[in-house]
Write a protein that binds this ligand. Structure first.
Ligand SMILES: Nc1nc2c(c(=O)[nH]1)N[C@H]1C(S)=C(S)[C@@H](COP(=O)(O)O)O[C@H]1N2
Ligand SMILES: [Mo]
Length: 263
């Protein structure tokens, strides 16, 4: 037999072809399913975030992915991204009341003597009265307030822009830090905020709702209105403000909610 002569290719019968195809699809399925199972096992076995940390309740690789997503959105939604606003007529008259952690009237709180506490370097505390805050330029906003629990409402708020407050009290050096923390006077509710969101032009220290003085259940004397975030970050009844380069503690992040909670 000459070397050139090729062995005649054996023609496959229809059945053989079908079998072969079945084998290939089954093999691919096994490989993919195995891969998926392996991936799941890997995730399942990977360590959980440390208990008592700033964020809570997920596997480390998932948190890594969440933090990457957060960075992506932080870059996309820089200061010049404004939340949609509406005409006043579209706002609800009495806004819904939702959740009241840190609002128990008797605990370390008397609206008459209340002062906002801003913790400065070296532990020095700047104390600001409501009168001083109300003397600053007033800013109003009508926007769609969204709660992670699945409701939203067009609400009308007024107060001082957080950035105006910073400028007036010469706190510029503090907003160079990465984070801001806020707590109720009794420290029962607390949030951590990335600085770009805190100094966003629509972020307010609010003392009015629906054109009337803020009611206690909505966070009087002063509450945070931060339209770039979900409701959970809009702390009612601000007691203390702190600045830091590490993430401040955050009530709902500790329970596994997204730390950033951006919209
Ligand atoms: N002090 C304090 N602030 C808070 C809360 C809270 O429980 N305590 N709940 C948050 C949540 S989940 C929402 S949706 C809004 C609700 O604000 P509202 O009661 O004025 O509608 O407040 C936020 N701020
Ligand atoms: Mo909420």
């Amino acid at each position: 037999m000459s070397k050139q002569a090729k062995k005649p290719k054996k023609e496959l019968t229809i059945e053989q072809k079908i079998n072969r195809r079945n084998f290939i699809s089954f093999a691919s399925f096994t490989v993919l399913a195995g891969g998926a199972y392996g991936g799941w096992r890997w995730l399942y076995k990977s360590p959980e975030e440390v208990a008592g940390g700033i964020t809570g309740g997920t596997r480390k690789p998932l948190r890594k992915a969440l933090n990457k997503t957060e960075l992506f959105f932080r870059r996309v939604f820089s200061d010049n991204h404004l939340v949609k606003t509406y005409p006043k007529e579209l706002a609800v008259k009495g806004a819904r009341v939702n959740s009241d952690i840190g609002l128990e009237a008797k605990k370390k709180f008397d609206p008459a003597t209340w002062k906002l506490q801003v913790v400065k370097k070296g532990g020095e505390v700047l104390q600001v009265s409501l009168q001083e805050i109300m003397a600053l330029p007033k800013t109003e906003i009508v926007y769609d307030f969204k709660c992670v629990e699945g409701w939203d409402e067009i609400q009308h708020w007024a107060g001082v822009k957080f950035i105006d407050f910073i400028k007036h009290f010469k706190l510029d050096e503090y907003i160079k830090m990465e984070y801001l923390g806020m707590e109720t006077p009794d420290k029962a509710y607390y949030v951590g905020l990335d600085m770009p969101s805190a100094i966003h032009p629509q972020t307010l220290l609010a003392y009015e709702m629906s054109g009337k003085p803020l009611q206690l259940q909505h966070g009087a004397p002063l509450r945070l209105i931060i339209p770039v975030k979900y409701g959970i970050k809009n702390l009612k009844r601000i007691g203390t403000i702190t600045f830091s380069n590490t993430r401040p503690r955050d009530y709902w992040a500790e329970e596994g909610y997204d730390y950033y909670s951006g919209l």
